[in-house]
Every structure is written in structure tokens, then in C-alpha cells.
Design a protein around this ligand. Structure first.
Ligand code: SF4
Length: 504
């Protein structure tokens, strides 16, 4: 743990932001008031005429001093909230600079610690700025590297090609349906994923599915009554192919009966992430309903790694199930890879890319391992040996080159806290095969109605973009007890959000 003493009694939210910046450099760090700290940073800051903010920092560490100065001019005074944001950014700027000087590291994402960098790009684009103007802001105000700015620009362009009405799609809705079961729980997982065997024994799978039918019908009723259009539907979880083929069949039947104008839905995806859940019967059910976009997730092509992360399936099974799906008519298959899994380095990742090359899935999502607070992997961090920052960054570059060479384009990205090497997750696809759902959820351009276990509903106000959330319970037992209340609450929130808007 690195302790950093700063000169000021800054407001809590300022300290929090500065702590985020410090965490980009050190595994763990804390802003303290004690003189006993590992490093001392003295900040100066002021607001001059023309709303110009000046900040400066002087860091003393191990007998050496590092300094930084920064000024930024704004055209308007801005609201009190905006002024606060501007000041936090300007302080982050000079803090990042002295820490980069001291550690010799370069933070490619600069002071940006948020989850959705491309959302920022879209925000400036909607304000009428050109790509050149946006790039300049991202570089000078946020210190983002040229390579990451280029990546953002490419992704934003691709998103607009995939969804030309991206800026007006806010009046429509997308749907997420959560099935909280998996064959076993992976070590890095924090999703609502419960072992299906034990839950089946206790009757919770049946009760959950009964509840899910009711919730789908109730939400469908509201959507029909309010003439809503559905853009995309995503079945996630858990692994929604963990349940039996006839259970899937009945649920899809309910979905198509309950939802309005199913023929206008642009995309339906079913996660079949765990290859050990895929069977010919389940693929037949998907085909029966015209669903051909699924995810078959290898994560790694090294058996020892799969064992270490508790996947309980083999590499060969991934390959076999991919070909079974492909040869049975699944035309849009996504595969996920994770960079930085335990004991994996360049060699293992290259092997994963070589294997992916043989299959050429329509999309490949490259995740960087993140230590999520509630995962088994984080609780037992010492047990897992993961690659260092340089190796992780090299693997990310390998993915970028490999995808280019194999005709993929990046189309969405997001970042997470505690992500290895402070990198990102990037979704690549063959042109024209991008997932609409992944774009709308990442860019927060429309309401995502969450149905089922662990499903979050994100209500996005079509006029203002303001977001409010509602979370269905994660645990199947809690869901069974409370899903009727969740329906009621969501209908209330939807009425508030849309009825007013739609009646304008
Ligand atoms: S398959 Fe996915 S949802 Fe299921 S336990 Fe593994 S990571 Fe979690």
C-alpha cells in the first residue's frame, strides 16, 4: 500500500478522484493526512479571468522533487457542478503528470478512469464537434494517447454505421433476460450464476422459470399497451442454455407471444457461454425461433487454465461445440477470450489466437482480466499468478494486430475497475456482424429493460439522457419470492419515464 499525503483538506469527492489516479500506478494506494506517508504532493490551484483554471503539483518522494503545471480555459462559467468537475480534472492532470514522471509509466487512458470512454466521444460529437476537435480535447484535457483516441474514433464510426439512428433510438427499448444458472461457478465470476444441479434438486429452477414466464408476459403487456418498439433482446445470466431444451422452447414461445411486433426486433442473442451446456436439441430450439446469434466462450485454449479458473470443460469441448453450432446453422457466433488469466503469458495467448483463427467466429470479444471484488479469484489473489503490466499490454497489442489481419473491426469497448494494466475490453467483429445490444448498452442510448434474475433495468430518459436503475434480485430464491413486486415497480417507473414522454 502506497500512502500519499496531500497539502489540502480536499472535499471527499476530490480525494476519491485523486485516489483513482494514484491507483492507476500502484496496486493499492491511499490519500492520507499523516506526515508519515510514502510521498507528499503539494497542490496549488486557482480560477483566473476568462474562467481559466490553473493547477500545479509538486511531489516529494525518496528525496527527489517532481513538478507539473496545467492551465485550461473555458468559454463559460459553467454550473457549480461543472466547475467541480473541471477542477477535479485539472488536479488529476497534474497528479498524473508527476506520478508518470516518478514511475516512468505512461497511462494510455490519461486521467480517464470511467467505464465508457466512447460515450465521451459521442457526447462531444452530438455537440457538433468534428473528430479532429474531439481528438484535440481528449489529448490535451484528458491526456489520452493517440492510439487510444484512434481506437475510440474507429469504434464510434463503426457504431454509427451499425446503428445509423443511434442518436434517436432512445424512444425504443432493448431487453435483457437473466437466467442465473451455470454448470459450475468460474473463479473470476461475479455474475448471478448458481450451480444448476443443486438448484434443480431444491425445485428452484422450476419456480424460477415459472416466475420468468410471468415477468416476460407482464413486461410484454406494458410494451404492447404503450406501442413500444424493441430494438434488441439479450439472454444472459448465468448461462441461459444451462436449462433444458424444452424449458428454453417454452420461454421463447412466451417471449414471441408477449412482446410487441417481434418481426421488427433487430437482434436476439442467447449466451451459450459454457460449451458444456450446448446440445443438438438446444440448437434446434434456437433455430426453431430464428435465433442464430449465440456466444460460445472459450476464454482460453489451454486446459490447465480452464481447470485453474473452474470452467469444468475442456478446450476440445469448446472446439467441438463451436463446430456443432456452426454446422447446425448458427450464423453469428461470438467468442470471448480473456487476457491475463492465471499462469498465462504471450505463448498461451498466441495459442488462443491461433485456435480462434481456425474457427473465424463472427465476433471476438477480448477481455482483460479484472479482479472484481466479490470473485473467488480476488478473495484468494495470492493463489493466482498473473502476467505483469508489460506482458498484458503486449497481449492486447497482439489481439489488435490479429483481429486486423483476420478482417475484424473494433466496435465497442469498456473498462473496469482493477483491470490488469489499466487496459480495456474490446469487442471486435467481422464488418456487418456487430452486436446491436452491445452497442446500445455500452453507450447508454436507450432503456434496457431487465427481466429475470440479477437483471438490471437502466431507464434512460429519451429527452435528457438521465439514467435511473432498478435491480431484480440476484439470488433465485429471492427472485421467486419478490418478482411480482419487481414487475409492479418497473411498470411504475416505465410509466413515469415513457408515458409522459410518449404522450407529448
Ligand atoms: S460461465 Fe459465465 S456466468 Fe457462468 S460462472 Fe462462468 S463466468 Fe459466471
Amino acid at each position: 500500500m502506497k500512502t500519499i499525503r496531500i497539502n489540502e483538506q480536499f472535499k471527499e469527492d476530490w480525494v476519491r478522484v485523486l485516489n483513482h489516479i494514484a491507483n492507476l500506478f500502484f496496486e493499492d494506494s491511499k490519500i492520507v493526512t499523516s506526515d508519515e506517508a510514502d510521498m507528499h504532493i503539494h497542490f496549488n490551484y486557482s480560477v483566473g479571468s476568462n474562467f481559466t483554471i490553473h493547477t500545479a503539483s509538486e511531489m516529494l518522494v525518496e528525496g527527489k522533487t517532481y513538478t507539473s503545471n496545467y492551465s485550461i480555459n473555458y468559454e463559460t462559467e459553467g454550473s457549480e457542478k461543472e466547475q467541480g468537475i473541471r477542477m477535479k480534472r485539472a488536479l488529476s492532470h497534474v497528479m498524473l503528470d508527476v506520478l508518470e514522471q516518478y514511475t516512468g509509466m505512461t497511462q494510455e487512458w490519461g486521467i480517464l478512469t470511467g467505464v465508457r470512454p466512447t460515450k465521451l466521444f459521442h457526447k462531444y460529437r452530438k455537440q457538433g464537434l468534428t473528430n479532429t476537435q474531439i481528438s484535440e480535447i481528449l489529448k490535451t484535457d484528458f491526456r489520452i494517447s493517440d492510439a487510444k483516441i484512434e481506437l475510440m474514433e474507429e469504434i464510434v464510426d463503426r457504431q454509427l454505421k451499425t446503428i445509423p439512428d443511434l442518436d434517436t433510438i432512445g424512444r425504443d427499448i432493448s431487453i435483457y433476460i437473466g437466467v442465473p444458472f451455470c454448470p459450475t461457478k468460474c473463479a473470476y465470476c461475479t455474475f448471478p450464476a448458481y450451480a444448476i444441479g443443486a438448484n434443480r434438486k431444491h425445485g428452484r429452477v422450476d419456480s424460477f422459470i415459472d416466475g420468468l414466464h410471468i415477468e416476460i408476459r407482464a413486461m410484454g403487456k406494458w410494451l404492447k399497451e404503450n406501442n413500444m418498439n424493441i430494438t434488441s433482446i439479450y439472454w444472459g445470466g448465468g448461462t441461459p442454455t444451462s436449462i433444458e431444451a424444452d424449458e428454453m422452447d417454452a420461454l421463447y414461445k412466451t417471449m414471441f407471444e408477449a412482446f410487441p411486433n417481434p418481426e421488427t426486433i433487430r437482434e436476439i442473442t442467447v449466451e451459450a457461454g459454457r460449451p458444456d451446456t450446448i446440445t443438438p436439441e438446444k440448437i434446434e430450439v434456437l433455430k426453431k425461433y430464428g435465433i442464430d446469434r449465440i456466444s460460445v466462450n472459450p476464454q482460453s485454449y489451454t486446459d490447465e487454465t480452464l481447470k485453474a479458473i473452474g470452467r469444468h470443460h475442456t478446450v476440445q469441448e469448446t472446439i467441438d461445440k463451436f463446430w456443432l453450432s456452426r454446422n447446425s446453422g448458427m450464423n453469428n457466433i461470438n467468442m470471448d477470450l480473456i487476457i491475463g488469466l492465471p499462469n498465462e503469458g504471450i505463448e498461451e495467448f498466441q495459442h488462443s489466437l491461433d485456435e480462434s483463427e481456425k474457427m473465424q467466429p463472427e465476433s471476438l470479444t477480448v477481455h482483460t482480466l479484472s479482479f472484481k471484488r466479490a470473485s473467488e479469484m480476488t478473495r484468494n489473489k495470492d493463489k493466482y499468478k498473473v502476467a505483469d503490466r508489460q506482458t498484458v499490454s503486449k497481449m492486447m497489442d497482439m489481439a489488435s494486430h490479429w483481429t486486423k489481419e483476420n478482417g475484424y473491426v473494433p466496435y465497442y469497448l469498456y473498462r473496469q475497475k482493477n483491470i490488469l494494466g489499466n487496459l480495456e475490453n474490446v469487442g471486435y467483429s467481422k464488418p456487418g456482424e456487430e452486436s446491436i445490444y452491445n452497442i446500445v448498452i455500452m453507450e447508454e442510448v436507450q432503456t434496457i429493460l431487465g427481466i429475470g434474475c440479477g437483471a438490471s433495468t437502466k431507464f434512460v430518459n429519451p429527452e435528457t439522457g438521465k439514467i435511473t436503475q432498478f435491480h431484480n434480485p440476484k439470488d433465485p430464491a429471492a427472485y421467486i419470492m419478490t418478482f411480482e413486486d419487481a414487475i409492479e415497480k418497473k411498470v411504475e417507473m416505465l410509466n413515469d419515464l415513457y408515458n409522459v414522454q410518449l404522450s407529448k
